[in-house]
Design a protein around this ligand. Structure first.
Ligand code: 7PM
Length: 262
């Protein structure tokens, strides 16, 4: 899954037309590089970030989705907590709803049910602005698993089909480095919940804390982390840089095939 940020700070010049075109070009490039999904997000969920207005988020995301749909049938995931955006994006051909707040906003779960689309629910505590003040865990794997199982049940009860629900431990969301590392080391323990896993560590602070590198220098570190996640059974890997990971996965797959023949 390739990440497409359509926040103005992710582009150097202004102008909606330029912005939409650059975003579509980037999406097409990631699809050509082997991304099965493009995850479009118009709200910055950076730790400590301010909320953007709902209308601004719609104005950022919907024109990009509409323009991308004219060029490609690549699967599109929408990274949003807004019920309105979920409904509008579904009408324009979105394929997956990805909400870091796990459909807890007023009307979000009902909107998700109404679209009939698959969803991804992710572990977090509080809001992106305050989550790094809530990082106390006794057993982070057990607590994340317990939280996801409860949210999974709530979504099924609300009317989302079980086979349409992905789970995500939420790397970097209300977690310190040791928690992130423990979760990555024990990711396979989440598989017993019976749902496919989506994970995203791309360019996140945890990789900077390990390597000492800045955000744009973290793709090799991210590649290693996502390959480790895939080896533990993660189904979807959410990344900024698709090419390198695609190559790594192909090498792993080739080796796996060789080992199954002996
Ligand atoms: C700024 C800082 C913008 C951080 C965006 C971010 C995840 C996600 C994000 C994830 C799922 C990022 C985050 N992270 N959705 N959306 N899982 N399912 O680093 O880990 O991309 S936003």
């Amino acid at each position: 899954m390739g990440i497409l940020n359509v926040t103005p700070d992710s582009f150097s010049d202004g102008g909606r037309y330029t912005l939409v075109n650059l975003a579509v070009q980037q999406a097409l490039q990631m699809a050509a590089e082997g991304a099965a999904f493009i995850d479009i997000g118009g709200e910055s969920t950076r730790p400590g970030a301010e909320d953007v207005g709902e209308q601004e988020e719609l104005d950022r995301v919907l024109p990009v989705l509409e323009a991308l749909r004219k060029e490609s049938n690549v699967l599109v995931s929408i990274d949003t907590s807004s019920p309105k955006l979920m409904l509008e994006a579904a009408k324009l051909g979105a394929n997956l709803l990805n909400d870091v707040r796990s459909f807890t906003r007023e009307g979000a779960l009902e909107a998700a049910v109404a679209t009939g689309l698959p969803i991804c629910i992710m572990h977090m505590r509080g809001e992106p602005s305050s989550m790094q003040q809530q990082t106390d865990y006794v057993d982070v794997v057990a607590e994340v698993k317990h939280w996801l199982s409860h949210r999974l049940q709530a979504c099924i009860t609300a009317g989302i089909a079980q086979e349409k629900i992905l789970l995500d431990p939420g790397f970097g969301f209300a977690k310190q480095l040791p928690h992130n590392l423990t979760l990555l080391a024990n990711l396979n323990r989440l598989l017993s919940l019976g749902q496919p896993l989506l994970v995203g560590m791309s360019r996140k602070r945890m990789l900077g804390e390990i390597t000492g590198k800045s955000a744009l220098e973290r793709d090799a570190a991210g590649l290693a982390a996502h390959l480790l996640a895939a080896q533990q059974g993660a189904s979807i890997l959410r990344v900024h840089s698709v090419v390198g990971l695609k190559d790594a996965l192909q090498v792993w797959q080739a080796v796996q095939q060789a080992s199954s023949l002996t």
